[in-house]
Design a protein around this ligand. Structure first.
Ligand SMILES: O=C(O)CCC(=O)C(=O)O
Length: 261
């Protein structure tokens, strides 16, 4: 029997008093930290409108705007080239609004006041900062986990031992599109359950584990430990599910937290 694994939900103002919340996400005691009303809803609407009117019209099949490192594991030069190209695109999308990526950096600064928060850099080149993902009617993301330490050993960010993932909900779908997190973290022997295209078969999570189901809510920010298996259920309805994703990583004793996408 699947059992609930309960999320932690807070308002932005409660973070100062609860700085150790992220430790509970890192060690898997809780599946997700949901920060309610993190980013202005009207700004979310403007961003969604810009995506709808510009990007969607140009290429209605686009699944993402921005660069995701896992798509460039063996193409490091291309990754850094594309990161620069999309830096400009994302700036245009957020133009005149509070940049949500800066706001994410600021909140990380509140959690980790003894560390410096910076976009990751390697050989003087900045990593990509933020990827907008679009899920339309019928789209889903099958069971997967994210772990740069295993996946992208030739990038410097892979040397950091603790990785978290932040996701800002820019727009939710009318129905469906829930994020489901399972209390099962990835281990190397799970690779036998890997799908050819993407993700893992359901066998990787046996049916006796806890899970959490999160309904995206415009303006909320979630923080998860992405080594725990998760999936996005199929989106239903005409409204595109839109998110902004950003990873962060650090080591316990290092002075820096780096971010990338
Ligand atoms: O969009 C979400 O709710 C979760 C995103 C996700 O699955 C991921 O970043 O790996």
């Amino acid at each position: 029997m699947l059992q609930r694994w309960t999320p932690i939900t807070v308002n932005r103002t409660e973070i100062q008093k609860n700085k150790n919340l992220l430790n509970k996400i890192i060690d898997g005691r809780f599946p997700v930290l949901i920060i309610k009303n993190f980013y202005d809803v009207d700004s979310c609407k403007i961003i969604a409108q810009r995506i709808d009117s510009n990007i969607e019209n140009q290429d209605p099949k686009t699944k993402k705007i921005g660069v995701s490192l896992v798509s460039y594991i063996n193409r490091k030069t291309d990754y850094f080239l594309q990161a620069e190209i999309f830096r400009k695109t994302l700036r245009e999308i957020f133009f005149g609004l509070e940049d949500p990526r800066k706001k994410i950096h600021d909140i990380l600064g509140e959690f980790f006041s003894n560390k410096e928060i910076k976009i990751a850099e390697e050989n003087g080149k900045k990593y990509a900062c933020g990827v907008i993902r679009l899920h339309r009617w019928g789209d889903s993301a099958s069971l997967h986990r994210d772990n740069v330490q295993f996946e992208a050993k030739n990038f410097d960010v892979s040397k950091l031992s603790i990785q978290l993932s932040t996701v800002l909900y820019i727009q939710q779908s009318e129905k469906g599109g829930e994020l489901v997190l399972y209390k099962k973290s990835w281990k190397k022997s799970d690779e036998k359950f890997r799908n050819i295209e993407f993700g893992y078969t359901q066998d990787v999570i046996n049916n006796s584990i806890q899970f959490a189901k999160i309904k995206p809510n415009q303006g909320d920010l979630i923080i998860i430990n992405p080594i725990y298996y998760h999936e996005i259920l199929p989106v239903k309805g005409k409204k595109t599910r839109m998110t902004l994703g950003l990873f962060l990583a650090f080591s316990n004793y290092g002075k820096k937290i780096v971010t990338w996408s």
